[in-house]
Design a protein around this ligand. Structure first.
Ligand code: HEM
Length: 90
């Protein structure tokens, strides 16, 4: 996956709600590693697949990106989120 392309996808589609790996809608559900591990279904089994699944399908107040982003875009943004989470979004 192309992490640099994922960063562009994130800026355009995710940062409005998740700037800096946070969450302006539901403050506990951040993109930090601890929150992903605690709240994101199947994250502990496969980090990028779990992020990609949530982006594709959405959840509660988060919109689904199926039909808005293609599979490559979703894989790239998932790789970017995982890379940033592994670094603590620093
Ligand atoms: C949760 C990624 C766009 C609102 C999450 C989670 C991930 C994620 C991985 C799980 C976090 C956790 O459970 O701790 C992304 C990506 C996006 C995106 C990569 C862009 C492609 C958005 C947008 C919004 C949003 C635009 C607001 C309109 C939310 C909300 C949750 C969430 C409210 C919590 C859902 C719940 O568990 O009830 N997001 N997101 N997200 N996101 Fe996004």
């Amino acid at each position: 996956a192309d992490v640099a392309h994922g960063a562009q996808i994130f800026s355009a589609n995710c940062a409005a709600c998740h700037m800096g790996g946070g969450n302006v809608v539901n403050a506990e559900r951040t993109l930090k590693a601890e929150a992903l591990s605690a709240y994101l279904a199947d994250y502990n089994a496969d980090h990028e697949a779990a992020i990609a699944h949530q982006v594709t399908n959405g959840k509660n107040a988060m919109p689904a990106f199926l039909g808005k982003l293609n599979d490559t875009d979703i894989a790239d943004v998932a790789a970017y989120v995982e890379d940033m989470a592994s670094k603590g979004w620093a």
